[in-house]
Design a protein around this ligand. Structure first.
Ligand code: HEM
Ligand SMILES: CC(C)=CCC/C(C)=C/CC/C(C)=C/COP(=O)(O)OP(=O)(O)O
Length: 303
């Protein structure tokens, strides 16, 4: 197995080539995306989800999301090479070639799409492909460089997986699935802007118009706080429309309150660690919220 040199904490270490290809799929992001798709699948049907659909749907959605992440690494390699957080990524670092990455992303996208089209349904295949186009091309190539609202609009691509899971099982676009999309859509700005505050100088260096760069840190903190209030309200909807039970309601209220407290501290009582702590909490928040949706669905089925 061929090895590539990686600089970690100023020490040069080697790692197998497959790890670099794995890294450009943003595996932890994709894992959370696939979890939200799984929850969409489980909530769409009463009882057990048929494994004949579940397996190709999870694989197909995972592969197209990974391909989208790889495209993001290919398109962004120049700015990634300048930013502190990203300069050691496999492409800017030269550990994998651009043509290798393009081939890898194309193969993942093709296999994922065919799997969804043939073994799940064409609706899910096309919707998932639209997620890939939305993130890999529209967000990364255009929105990211064009407007400070880049992630509010681009966030739709990352929010779509619960709908993909739902259509995979039922072949229809249901309002409850759209509600799950709305939850992630509202969660995305406070998730990302907390990190963007911490990494403001990086973005300024490469002329990417992230909100803290264009409108300042204080304004961004206010937006984060307002989005957590909006998220609190959106978080009540699954209960109010009769999609989920009290277990979800308690979980959502608790998680959204904690997120609000993080955002409040970030706005009014921050130290240099608060922004990253808020970003890290956002990931735990979304993961727990979707696990609670699942528990609520199976432990307290709606008659
Ligand atoms: C346009 C929307 C989004 C933007 C701009 C965004 C941005 C980011 C950024 C810049 C990072 C840091 C990555 C790094 O340090 O390598 C990150 C991490 C992460 N994001 Fe997001 N994100 C978005 C949507 C989502 C969605 C929809 C999910 C899941 C449902 C998600 C899950 C995660 C996870 C799990 C991490 C941690 C990754 C790790 O530790 O390797 N993000 N996000
Ligand atoms: C098919 C489908 C559902 C696709 C999903 C798309 C997907 C992988 C969304 C993840 C969003 C994300 C991590 C954005 C960060 O990009 P960035 O370029 O702002 O961050 P970076 O600087 O860390 O690369």
């Amino acid at each position: 197995m061929s090895k590539a040199a990686v600089i970690s904490n100023n020490a040069v270490i080697t790692q197998p080539l497959w790890r670099d290809y794995y890294e450009i799929t943003k595996p932890r992001v994709v894992a959370l995306l696939v979890l939200t798709a799984l929850v969409g699948m489980c909530l769409s049907v009463p009882g057990i989800v048929p494994w004949q659909l579940l397996i190709p749907a999870m694989l197909g959605i995972g592969m197209l999301s990974s391909a989208a992440a790889a495209i993001n690494h290919i398109v962004d390699q120049r700015i990634d090479s300048v930013m502190g957080r990203t300069h050691n990524r496999p492409l800017p670092n030269g550990r994998i070639s651009q043509s290798g990455a393009i081939l890898f992303a194309s193969a993942l996208a093709l296999i994922g799409f065919m799997m969804l089209y043939a073994l799940v349904n064409p609706l899910t295949a096309w919707l998932t492909l639209s997620g890939l186009v939305g993130y890999g091309f529209i967000y990364t190539m255009y929105l990211k460089r064009a407007t400070p609202q880049n992630i509010t609009i681009g966030g739709l691509a990352g929010a779509i997986p619960p709908l993909l899971g739902w259509t995979a099982m039922t072949n229809e676009i249901h309002s409850h699935a759209l509600l799950l999309v709305l939850l992630i859509f509202t969660w995305t700005p406070p998730h990302f802007w907390a990190l963007a505050i911490h990494r403001k100088n990086d973005y300024a260096k490469v002329n990417i118009p992230m909100l803290p760069v264009t409108h300042g840190v204080e304004f961004t903190k206010t937006q984060i706080l307002l989005y957590t209030v909006l998220l609190f309200v959106v978080g009540l909807l699954p209960y109010l429309v009769g999609m989920s039970n009290w277990l979800y309601l308690i979980g959502a209220v608790a998680l959204n309150l904690i997120f609000f407290v993080y955002a409040w501290q970030l706005k009014f009582n921050a130290n240099e660690k608060t922004a990253m702590a808020t970003f890290k909490f956002s990931i735990i928040h979304l993961m727990l919220l979707f696990i609670i949706l699942l528990l609520d669905h199976y432990l307290l089925p709606i008659a």
